[in-house]
Ligand binder design. Structure first.
Ligand SMILES: [Fe+2]
Length: 263
């Protein structure tokens, strides 16, 4: 099974680089569509839009609907649950009609579980006991397949970047870690939020963050010639060895980008 992961597209019609953000997503989807072998699924680990507006979800959905593979979305702190649900349910979000956007996809050899880590109180993540129960119930609903969980906030200490803790409290992060580890079947956790590539562990579970798809918001030290080139992750699952991850660099846009950017 092959999963393409994108994240933090921050689509918005009313920001100075609105066109660039839309182009970054469109070109990333085109690159994923051209992969051979094709991925089985595309996961988006949140901050689909920058401000949660309905019209921005309409644009994001139109761009994501260009994907040949099925798309599944987890919410980020910039997202609005109800507007996201309205734009993406059920084709890219299988959550219930109300409540948290936590859901499972059972269509593949590896189960996918989207985890809602968003709280309205902070741009950091949170994980209350109600969400623990929902996640444990989803994990226990099927007991034979491995699981890849995907979520916005990385539930591990991030050693690069300004803030190692991306949850409101260490206790909230610990609750999520325990829920992820309780069955032994979660083999990988894929995240976004920190806008840079990094890896970590949650006990025996490998965890990683994919770079921000919106090139203008990407963190980390990239050469100037890559400023228009989104980077995303491809996760290949092998039953004997688990997931192996490769970073994919989208080809540079054709045409004069300097002129397009007014540089
Ligand atoms: Fe973000």
């Amino acid at each position: 099974m092959i999963i393409a992961q994108i994240s933090d597209t921050h689509i918005a019609r009313s920001v100075p680089d609105a066109e660039q953000r839309a182009a970054d997503l469109a070109r990333t989807i085109a690159d994923i569509n051209a992969l051979n072998p094709a991925p089985d699924a595309i996961i988006h680990t949140g901050d689909v839009t920058h401000g949660g507006r309905r019209e921005d979800y309409e644009l994001a959905a139109a761009l994501l609907r260009q994907a040949h593979a099925p798309v599944y979305v987890a919410p980020g702190n910039r997202d609005d649950r109800e507007n996201l649900r309205r734009a993406f349910s059920p084709w890219a979000c299988r959550a219930a009609e109300t409540g948290f956007l936590t859901y499972a996809v059972d269509d593949f050899p590896v189960r996918l579980i989207a985890v809602d880590t968003v709280t309205s109180d902070s741009n950091k993540g949170d994980f209350c006991p109600e969400r623990v129960q929902r996640l444990v119930d989803l994990i226990d609903a099927e007991r034979t397949k491995p699981i890849a969980a995907f979520m916005h906030h990385p539930p591990f200490v991030v050693g690069v970047g300004p803030d190692p803790l991306n949850f409101v409290t260490p206790e909230g992060m610990a609750r999520l870690q325990r829920a992820l580890r309780h069955s032994g079947r979660v083999t990988a956790v894929f995240c976004g939020h920190v806008h840079r590539s990094t890896v970590g562990r949650i006990g025996e579970i490998s965890a990683m963050v994919t770079p921000c798809t919106a090139t203008g918001l990407r963190k980390g030290d990239y050469p100037a010639r890559m400023r228009d080139q989104p980077v995303y992750h491809l996760h290949r699952f092998d039953p004997a060895h688990g997931f192996g991850t490769e970073a994919r660099i989208v080809a540079a846009a054709t045409g004069n980008n300097d002129a397009a950017r007014g540089a």
